[in-house]
Design a protein around this ligand. Structure first.
Ligand code: HEM
Length: 529
């Protein structure tokens, strides 16, 4: 370890800390090291350097205030191979990223997210409806990863459909009435392959040993995987883009983001290639994130009945029995707002955000952070720091009622901010307004509508929920768990039915170009109502 670097675990020659670098659930090891080496420590990864920040003041200073220096992403050969450097979320800091980011900012405004509320609300009513009718049945399609095909877990796939359909509707103007809708299946298929490629250790260390790039394809499975993923992503992204274009040319607009991008393509400096990838990264960024969040919320509610009871009491007092919650209701529900924040803290969907990289040398608190250093923001470690939070391993929304940032009374939490789960500096999530609406709406809906309880074994005893049983990967959510979901009253069940029936008009604008199976499903579900 070079002089001036922050401290860190002992290194060995050549490898540095590579031999102890975790290949899964990296945030746990990073947090353990933070407790030992401090809120800012370094790792040597062969010749490269990484710095891990588990201190909110350091994050605020280095990532937010000095964002111009920490805006880059580390080079990843496989990412370039699959996306040609056009995936905004993983792209290096360059002209292409700036163009993508500017365009995303211009269209994904807070006002635009309000414009998209009707379709979000309509989709949220289908989510309630789907859970009401099929909380525990088996999903039917064979490409659903095996882990999703067990009893009592249909709500997992309903949530995934909801997130994917909502994001496809607002981005491309085309919804997915079923989990088996071809675009949704294509999306989850390719996402599965993409996640596998991005998994640390799943491909050779090409960024450390660049000569590996030249291994012929027939001996390099990873190259064939990248090529297949690239092909599948392009088919999906450009297929959806072309449908949007065609609708625009026919004057069949429904207000989607890509319509606006296509209309203002020249002004934004976007060619077809980059436009296709912008749409792609937005559906990528908006699907699993929202699903993981909502699945974590349900897990927390089922595992912490006291918190659920308080949320029920509040929503019953404010919204009552005879109507569904609306976004305005949240104003009057401090406990539900606290529960929403607490879910972000308890189980952040991106525990290490996405790695950043420095474009200039920085000095901080006497340490040197060289240019080209990978920076991990350890959101998990910050949110689970016992110095900051009382009993951090507990899901306890009340903490956000006691102090603004949920920190222990008397501890200064002013370096935290409510948007921290959405990232830092100039890389902060551009979809956060849209995402937060979705989260708020569904959190209220789910609490209003249902009781969530742990499943019981054959003897009728509750099965203890494992709140640590999470998916591996840079984004993470709970692995499917068994949970009993029951409507809280007959009247609420009837309101859900009516809301779903009423959503038909909103849906129909987004039901263009559906497959014959989807058309049949839509026709049937509308008739049934
Ligand atoms: C629960 C919901 C969501 C959470 C918690 C979340 C969180 C995050 C985080 C932590 C990052 C990394 C920021 C950083 O590196 O500092 C990120 C980036 C990103 N998110 Fe989200 N996100 C959510 C939903 C969405 C949605 C709905 C969209 C699309 C509409 C989206 C699109 C993106 C994109 C494109 C990036 C990459 C930005 C860049 O690198 O310039 N996200 N998000």
């Amino acid at each position: 370890r070079e002089a001036g670097l922050p401290p860190g675990p002992p290194t060995i020659p050549l490898l540095g800390n590579l031999h102890v670098f975790p290949t899964e659930f990296t945030h746990y090891k990073f947090t353990e090291w933070a407790r030992k080496y401090g809120g800012i420590y370094s790792l040597k990864l062969g010749p490269g350097t990484a710095v891990v920040l588990t201190n909110a003041a350091a994050v605020k200073e280095l990532m937010d205030k000095r964002s111009g220096s920490t805006v880059d992403r580390p080079a990843m050969h496989v990412v370039d191979r699959v996306t040609g450097g056009l995936n905004m979320g993983l792209a290096r800091y360059n002209e292409t990223w700036s163009t993508l980011r500017r365009t995303a900012h211009a269209v994904l405004t807070p006002q635009a997210s309000v414009r998209h509320l009707p379709i979000q609300q309509a989709e949220a009513s289908q989510l309630l409806h789907d859970i009401l009718h099929q909380p525990e049945a088996r999903p039917s399609h064979s490409v659903i990863p095996a882990s999703f095909v067990t009893d009592n877990q249909a709500f997992f796939t309903h949530i995934r459909r909801y997130s994917n359909s909502t994001i496809m509707s607002v981005i491309y103007g085309k919804r997915a009435p079923r989990y088996e809708t071809p675009e949704t299946i294509a999306f989850f298929n390719v996402q599965h392959e993409w996640d596998a490629i991005l998994e640390p250790g799943s491909t050779p260390p090409i960024d450390l040993i660049p000569i590996l790039k030249y291994v012929p394809e027939r001996w390099a499975k990873w190259k064939r995987d990248c090529a297949r993923t690239r092909k599948l992503q392009r088919e999906l992204y450009f297929g959806l883009l072309d449908e949007t274009k065609e609708r625009l040319s026919k004057g069949d607009e429904n207000g989607s983001y890509m319509e606006e991008v296509l209309t203002r393509q020249e002004e934004f400096g976007m060619d077809r290639e980059i436009t296709g990838y912008l749409g792609g990264v937005l559906i990528d960024g908006g699907s699993d994130t929202t699903s993981f969040y909502l699945q974590s919320l349900i897990l927390a509610l089922a595992a912490y009945p006291d918190a659920q009871r308080k949320a029920h009491e509040e929503i019953d007092r404010v919204v009552g029995e005879h109507r569904m919650p609306t976004l305005d209701s949240l104003e009057e529900m401090p406990y539900i707002r606290a529960m929403i924040q607490e879910t972000h803290r308890f189980r952040p969907i991106a525990p290490l955000m996405a790695p950043h990289c420095t474009v200039a040398l920085e000095e901080y608190k006497g340490f040197v952070i060289p240019k080209g250093t990978t920076i991990y923001v350890n959101a998990w470690g910050i949110f689970h720091d016992p110095e900051l939070f009382d009993d951090p391993e507990n899901f306890f929304p009340d903490r956000y009622l006691l102090t603004e940032h949920g920190t222990k009374p008397g501890v200064d939490g002013s370096d935290l901010r409510p948007t921290l789960p959405f990232g830092v500096g100039r890389r902060i999530c551009p979809g956060r307004h849209l995402a937060q609406h979705s989260i708020n709406l569904n959190a209220m809906n789910l609490v209003w509508a249902f009781n969530f309880t742990a499943d019981t074994d054959a003897g009728g005893n509750p099965i203890k929920l494992d709140t640590f049983d999470y998916e591996r990967g840079i984004l993470t959510g709970p692995r499917p768990f068994k949970c009993k979901i029951t409507p809280r009253s007959k009247e609420k069940a009837e309101i859900i039915e009516r809301a779903f029936a009423d959503a038909g008009d909103t849906f129909s604008k987004f039901e263009v170009g559906l497959s014959p199976e989807d058309k049949e499903f839509v026709a049937k579900s509308r008739v049934r109502i």
